[in-house]
Design a protein around this ligand. Structure first.
Ligand code: R5P
Length: 303
């Protein structure tokens, strides 16, 4: 039993027992189902639809009084943010025992500071709004971990997907895990530790939002099965540059793996041309989703 330090703390505690419901937002249906299964919780029946003017309607078709409730909804793209607020509000219409909000992919985390005068701190704006209605907040591999510090009224934690990605790559017989830039080298090392192989990194320079350069580096990849691991794949430019180097140096198989498969524009098809496999977790649902972070989230709800 944990006491929750949120705005609801005088009223609620968070007991972890079988009185638990998972409410899945429309952006996180796969993960919600999997999470309910892992937690042996009930998956709430919901109605979520759009009005003709595209405003969102949600309804929870359950009695949540006295229950511990987990709402799961990725905050990207924008319309899913409003849906999350409506789901939280719907949950708060019941006398729930606790509400945990899980935003598996925290959209806007890349604007975690003012890069130019006059800009918002978008990640903070989002954090301030999400925490209003929740006791606890969980996210996965948030791009800027400092985002968690903006949650000052709810318990907030960042969970890592590397155990799940590592398990997947181990089953694929990966022999080297590569990070496309030095900043993410530590994460590649954690994945490699789960796989039981070596890790290395490339040196990336971002020229603009869609263009990256990769410094040449000799790697011991000839005849090896190599995975390139990143937190986000957006346009696919970063991974494509890394994969080009691996191809030239004779890698036998290249798997691109990420936590968040944003795949902006034609990012996924571009990568499928150069990589043998592209896989992403279920923090964002798309055709590359083949790894679940449900076990990692479930574990965090019990910590
Ligand atoms: C950057 O810091 C991130 O870790 C990713 O490398 C980046 O978001 C990937 O973007 P793209 O797929 O557009 O190259």
């Amino acid at each position: 039993m944990r006491t929750c330090p949120s705005t609801y703390k005088t009223r609620y505690t968070i007991p972890r027992d079988d009185r638990m419901y998972v409410v899945g937002g429309s952006a996180s249906q796969l993960l919600s189902k999997e999470l309910a299964k892992v937690l042996k919780a009930k998956l709430a029946k919901t109605e979520i639809k759009r009005f003709p003017d595209d405003e969102c309607y949600v309804r929870i078709d359950e009695d949540l009084d006295g229950e511990d409730v987990i709402v799961v909804q990725t905050t990207w793209p924008d319309k899913n943010i409003v849906e999350l607020f409506l789901l939280q509000d719907a949950v708060r219409q019941f006398d729930v025992s606790s509400l945990t909000t899980v935003a598996p992919y925290f959209g806007y985390a890349r604007q975690d500071k003012q890069f130019k005068p006059g800009e918002p701190i978008s990640a903070r704006a989002l954090a301030r709004l999400i925490q209003i209605q929740t006791d606890e907040f969980l996210t996965v591999d948030v791009h800027a971990p400092s985002v968690i510090d903006w949650f000052d009224k709810a318990t907030a934690r960042n969970i890592h997907a590397y155990p799940a990605i590592g398990r997947h790559l181990k089953a694929k017989g990966i022999e080297l895990v590569l990070s496309p830039d030095e900043g993410r080298a530590e994460n590649a090392k954690r994945v490699a530790d789960v796989v039981g192989c070596d890790a290395d990194f490339l040196v990336k320079e971002r020229l603009d939002g869609e263009t990256v350069e990769m410094a040449p580096k000799t790697l011991e990849v000839k005849g090896k099965k190599v995975a390139i691991v990143d937190d986000i794949i957006s346009t696919g430019g970063t991974i494509a540059k890394a994969a080009e180097q691996l191809k030239k140096q004779g890698a036998a198989k290249i798997i691109a793996a990420c936590t968040h498969g944003v795949f902006a524009k034609d990012g996924l098809s571009k990568l499928k041309e150069i990589c043998d496999e592209v896989c992403a977790t279920d923090t964002i649902e798309n055709p590359a989703t083949c790894i679940s972070v449900a076990a990692e989230i479930a574990k965090a709800t019990k910590d």
